[in-house]
Design a protein around this ligand. Sequence first.
Ligand code: GLU
Length: 578
Amino acid sequence: MVSFEWQNSNKLLTGPLSVVIKIIIFHLTVNFAYAGAVVTANPFATKVGLNILKQGGNVIDAGVGIQYVLGLVEPQSSGLGGGSFALFYDNESKKLYAIDGREKAPKSIPYDFFQQFRGSRRGFFNLVTNPASVGVPGTPLLLENIHAKFGRLDWSELHEEPINLASNGFPISPRLHTLAKKDRFLRRNTNSKRYFYSALDKTLFAKEIGYILKNPPYANVLKQFKNQGISTSFYNGTIMSKILLDLNNVKGNSFLQTDDFKNYSIVYRKPLCGTYRYFRICSMGPPSSGATTILQTLGILENFDLAKFETTSPELIHLISEATYLAFLDRNSYLGDPDFVSVPITQMLDKQYLKKRSELISPLKKIQKANPGKFENFQQKSHSVDHSMSSTSHFVVTDNWGNALSMTSSVESAFGSRIMSQGFMLNNQLTDFAFRQKDDRGVRIQNSLEPEKRPLSSMSPTIIFDREGNIFALLGSPGGKNIISYVLQTIIRLIDFNFSPMEAVTEPRIVNTGRGLVLEKNKFPIEVINKLKKLGHHELRERRVFSGIHVIKLRKDKIKTYIETGVDPRREGMALIE
Ligand code: GLU
């Protein structure tokens, strides 16, 4: 990074040669006026990311190393057996890419297979832990693909640290320990049992916090990635064969076959962007509901002057909750995999439409019941509900070239399907589909299960640009459908209230996923809760929430980039600036 001496020497230069020198210095300062920063959910991952940046890597190189480490130290959240969405800003071409590495359903899965698991919590978890919930993992191919297109460092250079960490071991974190301890299903899988638990007098105990957990199979997988590449080893090779074997050894129904892996592909989608008070907010469009629902909510809220309220006032909470409720009505009716269903995105994000929706909101009384919007030339769809659990990981990276990566990665619920193969967890992402095929009128549900379809997600890797087109902030979070509220609230705090990223991520959470207002437990005064109930939020619930919002906020002048980071205190993350 350029220091202030550069600035001073620039001012001192005089004489004919100075013009040339000034041009050179100006060029240097422009090139150096960026800076690297990494925020992830785990200190090991953050350090590996930063080391890669220091070795001359860019955000993509760092992203590969970070994801390898997250899959190792945070197996409950994301990994090689899961899927991801990434938003990548390439500063040289000024292009933004939205990369879809979402899991896909197997080709041979019957359309109505999930129907039998409907209606009860037990049924739901029977499917979660059934191999039928496992979609073709997308994260490994996404990493290989983005590195091949945009990486700077040699592929082999990205593997050493993660391989060493897997071979030599890492200390079990409090969060990993707690989740393994309380999980009822993880110990039923032979590989997971051996890895996460120790036995004493026939009783199983989750390995303790600080226990050095070694994962030689994971190191071995990374060695194969390094030497053979991911397409060869994972999607066409022995890693895939072993996954299929491990799935077949678990009770349930396994529909995945070799062709599902061979035919899997990463999709470069159009990033979904919209304006909010002079900022341009870009995030992931379908098959994620993230961008659409966040932009709809912001489009509704833009019709109100939010900044005049106290940040945790009942008036503001009410408005945010109502706007989110309206956006979720549309989300649950119209969104699905765009390769399978058509989605009226343009109409949904039309500012006039959103203004009309905002008129349904009264500052004095909660909406009793609203319907999803109606769109011209578009059949009205039925509301359907998808259940997603709270796992997942979000990380953000910037580098010295002005690039930015905002990536959310998931195995769906904590430890995914609980099925472990070769040191990593296999996802249960297919439970993000609606379990019904058709509604009572016989109309197909947008997010119904279909072979080779991608289930609807809420993951929202986001990049915000200021009015000059400079990056203002990168953010995202885990949290299932709550992700939308977490990211939304953080955007409002950063933009309307000029909060620092740390203040924004720490603030008590306000959540609505279309099923009533939820407030973070023990964080709101009773007067606020009573006032909200008076406004009609009788079903208001207080809950512990586990957001994991990670933010990098940038402000750049010609000389220097000023970086601020936000690490959600509810998880175990860490930020480092180069
Ligand atoms: N399966 C969820 C989704 O794609 C993510 C789960 C989570 O964030 O915990 O939206």
